[in-house]
Ligand binder design. Sequence first.
Ligand code: NAP
Length: 248
Amino acid sequence: MKLLEGKNAIITGGSRGIGKGIAQVFAEHGANVAFTYNSSAESANALADELSKLGVKAKAYQSNAASFKEAEQLIKDVAADFGDIDIVINNAGITKDNLLMRMSEEDFDKVIEVNLKSIFNMTKAVQRTMLKQRKGSIINMSSVVGVTGNAGQANYAASKAGIIGFSKSMAQELGSRNIRTNVIAPGFIETEMTEKLDEKVVDGWRQAIPLKRGGAPEDIANACVFLGSDLSSYITGQVLHVDGGMHT
Ligand code: NAP
């Protein structure tokens, strides 16, 4: 069953990893997909071609999520190309890990800008369109680390915890106009990036997870389908942990 037939979605950071998985599963569910990338133009355009073959409209946009102006322009461009904007998934994110002792001011600021301020930028830019439509589903990508904290990731954990506070506030501000805002907190998700890590180390991580495996991008994508679709029409302000039971 196609759960997103005819809906228009924007996904930030769709060129690889989890965002790419979401774009693919959304297209399979009949959604038209606009997605952004930062620098991977070639793989982004290849993905747009791949999705178009599924019979949906798909387009890649180069847009720096950390830039307020670029987010505004992106929403204008997507509205012109697609019409209504039903779903926004703020997925773009980076890490710059270090113990506090070695963390530079620049690396703190950068992670907050790309991971947290981007969500302010996108929500601010899309709110007028969604208010007019009187509908919308915004899904923000946090992390298990935003709830538990993690040594060596103070900047990243702070950005991901900030996303939760921001999203819960938006759920309260925008709920009366039928705009829902929810958060997904992924655990350990295996992507091209984690393939490069030492297999023994990764296996140790897997064994510490109650479901005894890392997640796949599709596991996150399926949760996004639920939160983007009308199946979740009475759900807002929630944090959905998609982590194999890591955080209980
Ligand atoms: P990834 O493989 O590194 O992909 C990141 C994506 O974000 C890429 O498409 C990248 O575009 C884009 N991006 C980076 N900076 C950007 C910017 N300034 N503006 C626009 N796009 C930008 O990451 P991932 O593992 O799929 O993670 C996706 C999200 O899930 C992130 O928010 C991450 O924090 C969160 N998460 C991941 C895990 C995990 O285990 N993987 C766990 C918890 C949470 P380019 O290709 O052009 O660089």
